[in-house]
Write a protein that binds this ligand. Structure first.
Ligand SMILES: [Zn+2]
Ligand SMILES: [Zn+2]
Length: 224
């Protein structure tokens, strides 16, 4: 693994990744997406370093190395966005960071700690998927999360809504019409046969996959 990459290469890898998410591998779109000028030299350098391949038709694809490297950068970038929004309580604009700077908010070594703190979020505030890390696949890690999806809470546990995962905008609107918005205290009333939470005076029954989309700040685990 490279510990250091030029910002230009990072930009290209992030752009190719984002483009692949949209199902495109066209070089023009990568140039548009990147926050740096994508020159022939730069692409040739990325190719030489083994991060991507190009074919005659102007298509660019990540190699296995490129995929791994870009995935880690994208993961840090999107987790940092979540950190800014959920923990610092700022909008991404208020943070005054350029879009290309977010990955620098997190040192590589603390990524899994931050991911755990945030409850292994699956989407960034822009609704883009966060690549899974090793921590997300280890169930024990979930126990120590300060932020967790509410299906992980015990009956009787109280918490405060941190955010609703942005996987589904109509769902977010619906939940917010029930009063489930960031900062609101909730309590788990029942987990089986259906999931019921109390939010203000209202009891709300939720399907399990919806419960998994609601992330909350847990109180300390001392009293459990
Ligand atoms: Zn984002
Ligand atoms: Zn994780």
């Amino acid at each position: 693994m490279h510990n250091w990459l030029s910002q230009d290469i990072v930009e290209v890898l992030e752009s190719v990744w984002a483009n692949e998410e949209r199902g495109s591998s066209a070089v023009e779109e990568i140039s548009q997406e990147a926050k740096t000028e994508v020159t022939e030299d730069l692409l040739a350098e990325c190719e030489r370093e083994g991060y991507l391949t190009r074919n005659g038709g102007g298509e660019i694809r990540l190699t296995a190395l490129g995929r791994q490297t870009a995935g880690e950068i994208i993961r840090r970038h999107r987790l940092a966005e979540r950190l800014v929004v959920d923990v610092l309580g700022m909008t991404l604009e208020e943070s005054e960071a350029d879009a290309c700077e977010f990955e620098h908010f997190l040192a590589q070594g603390v990524t899994s700690a931050i991911c755990t703190l945030l409850g292994h979020p699956r989407f960034c505030p822009h609704n883009h998927p966060i690549p899974e890390g090793e921590c997300c696949r280890q169930i024990e890690a979930q126990v120590n999360s300060l932020v967790a999806s509410i299906d992980r809470l015990e009956v009787g546990e109280e918490a405060k809504v941190a955010y609703v995962s942005a996987s589904n905008f109509p769902r977010i609107r619906k939940l917010s019409s029930f009063g489930i918005t960031p900062g609101v205290p909730i309590k788990v009333k029942q987990k089986f046969p259906s999931f019921v939470i109390q939010c203000d005076e209202t009891q709300i029954a939720l399907e399990n996959d919806i419960a998994r989309d609601i992330y909350v700040w847990r109180k300390s685990n001392d009293n459990q």
